[in-house]
Design a protein around this ligand. Sequence first.
Ligand code: IMP
Length: 221
Amino acid sequence: MLRYVTTNAGKVREAETYLADGTVRQLDFDYTEIQADSLAPIAARGAREAYREAGGPVLVDDAGLFIEALDGFPGPYSSYIENTLGIDRVWEVARDLENRRAAFRCTLAYCDGDDFAATPDPIDRGDRSAAAAAGPTRDTDGTSAAGSTEPAPATDGLPVKLFQGAVPGRIVAPRGDGGFGYDPIFEHDGETLAEMSTAAKNAVSHRGRALETFAEWYADR
Ligand code: IMP
């Protein structure tokens, strides 16, 4: 059983369309989102923490909107910017840019406690030497992340397999009622993601593309 670590049931339904029946189940677990300037280390760290919680295979995703003329901003800070500024103000910032090209990117991070054979998709190995030196991973209050007072296994050096997907587009004035997040201000092929049906969005979305690559690999795992 693969656990998709998310508070969003819609993501699990999307994953189900790529994976064999009954393969994936939601794990509603709030892992620590570290600060980093790219998505991969955030998702990889989350996958290790979630694996420690679940004790079995887990999939964590991290996504963001990358605006070309703003050097990729808000990128890994997309969630924070959506919750603080809001998408209308992101549009106000982008409106005056000559180049409004942008991309949604998604990184999926998979961890099942074992190592991986080499494939073109990257593997994040964390910091094995630091993990070994530090011993078992503990929270600052001395308990493990799962809340137990038992020492947690040292998961910091566990290999995590990463899968990436992206969808190109441009920032436009808000249009459409569907989707979520930045969908109304992100246009792909003449339509904003908020104007597309769920199926049409999933067919082009960053997460859909990452899930497709993951599902192909996972079928052989
Ligand atoms: P998360 O990684 O799914 O938590 O998403 C990070 C940020 O990107 C949040 O602000 C989301 O609303 C936004 N986001 C992620 N995926 C999408 C999408 O498919 N459409 C619009 N916004 C998204």
